[in-house]
Design a protein around this ligand. Structure first.
Ligand code: ATP
Length: 222
């Protein structure tokens, strides 16, 4: 099977995440997209994050009605900071020999050289870098470090980047949906509507559990 691995904080999951997963699934004919909520994302250390059980519950609600979408708790079950290298090693080691595609936004890719063991990420699976709203650039390597660029060469015939290990990196332009989790949290805090920014089930979950509300919402503690 061809499986997409879609990591994120998902605090909360929104239509921007879901639509991009769907466009990637279709463009690459993936059999499954696994949403992988982070336990403690390294780049958000120091920021308060909603407890994992709530973020996981919202992801489960959001993907429940899509046959090809599923959730992996691999990062939530692993103690400590959620490093992508550990997650990709986990899937690379798995007995089932699927072809994996790690999906990440252009913003995240452009700082990937600050991730733990970043050189060791690329031999583990293929990568799909997706556009972020407002970015017109179709070259994911623009503005990245020489150390990162030197790991890949461009195959202009197939319009993909090849890593020296043989894995591939693709860029996919998505429909621009300028939705962000931080803007959603801010709206809830201000008592504004978030309808049509998140699935109805997620909206109801946020309401029922009082997430992102009140004076303590700024410092969402566990
Ligand atoms: P925050 O606003 O809290 O930073 P976020 O909405 O960017 O959160 P994350 O969970 O940090 O969500 O993102 C997970 C992945 O989803 C990242 O690869 C990010 O680039 C991508 N992503 C987030 N929002 C969108 C969107 N509106 N369209 C396409 N991709 C998105």
């Amino acid at each position: 099977m061809k499986i997409g691995l879609y990591g994120g904080t998902f605090d909360p999951i929104h239509w921007g995440h879901l639509r991009s997963a769907e466009e990637v699934r279709e463009a690459f004919a993936l059999d499954r997209v696994l949403f992988i909520p982070a336990s403690t994302p390294p780049h958000k250390r120091g920021q308060a994050i909603t407890p994992a059980r709530h973020r996981l519950a919202m992801v489960r609600l959001a993907v429940a009605r899509h046959r090809a979408f599923a959730v992996s708790t691999v990062e939530i079950e692993r103690a400590g900071v959620s490093y992508t290298i550990d997650t990709l090693r986990h899937f690379a080691r798995s007995a089932e020999k699927h072809t994996y595609y790690f999906i990440l936004g252009l913003d995240a890719f452009r700082e990937i050289d600050s991730w733990k063991d970043f050189r060791e990420l690329f031999p583990l699976c293929n990568f799909i870098v997706t556009s972020r709203p407002g970015s017109r650039d179709s070259n994911p390597f623009r503005g990245t470090s020489v150390a990162l660029r030197r790991l890949f060469c461009y195959d202009s015939r197939r319009r993909l980047y090849r890593h020296r290990s043989g894995t591939q990196l693709f860029f996919l332009k998505l429909t621009d949906l300028a939705i962000s989790a931080s803007a959603i949290r801010e709206k809830v805090r201000r008592g504004q509507s978030i309808r049509y920014l998140v699935p109805l089930e997620v909206e109801a979950y946020i309401e029922k559990n009082g997430l992102y509300r009140g004076p303590r919402a700024e410092k969402r503690s566990s």
